[in-house]
Design a protein around this ligand. Structure first.
Ligand SMILES: [Zn+2]
Length: 112
């Protein structure tokens, strides 16, 4: 038998063995790594760079959230939430770094 420990699962105490938790983390890390790699490749792509520049030009480099100088474009529906809308012009807004970072944090905390 594998070593076991008490853990919480959906609000209940359950016995789970160390092995299965490790398997879960391994899978989670593998998926996260795969996503990060794809996201990085996307942000480096010609298509993204051209579209991002277009969004900034169309908005005269003004952040659509706060009115400061925009330096990047932001995915209104985050890349992570809908990969298919990564090059959808209507899903992009000119953004300053501060607003972009703020929105990333909001999204991470399920507040967006
Ligand atoms: Zn801003």
């Amino acid at each position: 038998m594998r070593p076991q420990k008490l853990t919480m699962s959906r609000g209940k105490r359950v016995l789970s063995d160390y092995g299965s938790r490790q398997d879960e983390y391994a899978e989670y890390n593998r998926m996260r790594w795969k996503y990060d790699r794809e996201a990085k490749a996307f942000y480096n792509s010609k298509e993204w760079k051209a579209l991002s520049r277009l969004v900034l030009l169309e908005n005269d480099y003004v952040c659509e959230y706060c009115g400061d100088e925009a330096t990047m474009s932001d995915h209104v529906i985050p890349l992570k939430a809908d990969w298919n809308r990564r090059l959808d012009r209507s899903n992009l807004k000119a953004s300053c770094k501060r607003c972009n970072d703020k929105r990333a944090i909001l999204y991470r905390n399920n507040l967006l």
